[in-house]
Ligand binder design. Structure first.
Ligand SMILES: *Cc1c(COP(=O)(O)O)cnc(C)c1O
Length: 389
């Protein structure tokens, strides 16, 4: 969807002509007679501000419908509620830490089985599915090692076993990638990240491909009630107005930052799908319309938590904080922060080294971001371990 279309998909207020979407801060709606209303009866079921956000997000992803939740995890939870005991999920192995916690400590206990595989190799997915598989769950690119999976190929495997495919599209954003057009059935967003874009709210979105999934998610949204409030809906809509220009600038900055890191002696690996050396560069280029995202991860030759700690406290523009996707650059140390709930052994298996650092590039000037990293390397003297092979 073009920037023009995105901006003009946000309607002005038909009642007053207000150019921005009004915040309907109300719990209930007056009825003319029981059951006779203007399409709204109670704010858990529906709210006009939320309706605008949901309609706009459905268009952004080319979906039938979208549903706004209080957080990304509440959105994920609403989809997991479509499963029952005995059903199986085949999931990407370096799944978002919070999703891993929800899968393992809530849904596995309720009897849902989960198999984790490296979905960058489509064969692993084909080998993992069975007649019990109800759902395939991927993120692409993943957090934090930016692995990219072939959505179209995996959607074919899902269809062959009558499972539905969920793609967490938080990192790519709808600007780079539209999974529903590649065969996915459901798209998830943490609206907290690129869609909100200003680090000032938490939100979650589910986008459905067709009426059948729309009805199911709508039912769960109303039955469980984890909705996004009207004020945060308004802020999310405002974020969407600048999503295209922000995301493109973030991609541009990340590319420059990644190219700088590759040249640095203290760095052992750089994870960024926009580098031709990235393992999944080819498929990323194909399915992400030439945009590779604003996240760059890297590990140090001195692969220790101490070295990572020294680095992440030495930057000025990159602020040490969880989360990503905002206009201000952030950095974090996933092993101690976003992925602390994943056991070390599983982290290492998924390629998350002890010194792994994740950068979320904001919309500052690229040169300033590169300079900030350069001075952090200098003052922490994060240099190669003396006897590293
Ligand atoms: C942050 C994030 C989530 C969770 O979203 P919240 O809004 O923090 O609940 C889910 N998936 C990915 C990929 C994320 O980055």
């Amino acid at each position: 969807m073009s920037a023009t279309k995105i901006i003009h998909s946000i309607p002005s207020d038909p009642l007053t002509g207000a150019i921005s979407v009004p915040v309907y801060q109300t719990s209930t709606f007056i009825q003319e007679a029981p059951g006779v209303n203007k399409g709204y009866d109670y704010a858990r079921s529906n709210n006009p501000t939320r309706k605008v956000l949901e309609d706009v997000v459905a268009q952004l992803e080319g979906g039938d419908n979208a549903f706004a939740f209080a957080t990304g995890l509440a959105a994920i939870d609403s989809v997991l509620k479509l499963l029952s005991a005995g059903d199986e999920i085949v999931a990407v192995d370096d799944i978002y830490g919070g999703a891993y916690r929800l899968f393992t400590h809530v849904y596995e206990i309720l009897g849902v089985e989960i198999k984790y595989v490296d979905t960058t190799n489509v064969e692993n997915v084909a080998n993992a599915v069975s007649t019990k598989t109800k759902c395939i769950w991927i993120e692409s690119p993943t957090n934090p090692t930016l692995k990219v999976s072939d959505i179209r190929a995996i959607s074919k495997i899902a269809k062959s076993v009558h499972a539905f495919l969920v793609v967490d599209n938080t990192f790519a954003s709808p600007i780079a990638q539209q999974p529903l057009n590649l065969g996915a059935d459901i798209v998830i967003h943490s609206g907290t990240k690129y869609i909100g874009g200003h680090s000032d709210l938490v939100a979650g979105l589910v986008v459905t491909k067709d009426k059948v999934f729309s009805e199911k998610i709508k039912f769960v949204q109303n039955a469980s009630g984890g909705i996004l409030g009207p004020w945060d809906c308004f802020l999310t809509i405002r974020g969407i107005e600048t999503l295209d220009i922000r995301y493109r600038k973030q991609c541009e900055n990340a590319q420059k930052v990644a190219e700088f890191l590759v040249q640095n002696d203290a760095v052992s690996e750089v994870y960024f799908p926009g580098l031709p050396t990235h393992k999944n560069h080819k498929i990323a280029k194909q399915q992400q319309s030439g945009l590779f995202g604003g996240i760059v991860s890297f590990s140090l030759k001195n692969d220790t938590v101490d070295a990572a700690n020294a680095f992440v406290t030495a930057t000025n523009y990159f602020k040490l904080a969880e989360s990503l996707g905002g206009v201000k650059s952030l950095l974090c140390h996933p092993p101690q922060m976003t992925h602390a709930s994943v056991p070390r052994e599983k982290r290492i298996q998924a390629g998350i080294k002890d010194s792994l650092i994740r950068l979320s590039c904001g919309i500052e000037n690229a040169d300033d971001l590169v300079q900030d990293l350069a001075q952090a390397f200098k003052i922490t003297e994060v240099s190669p371990a003396p006897f590293a092979s």
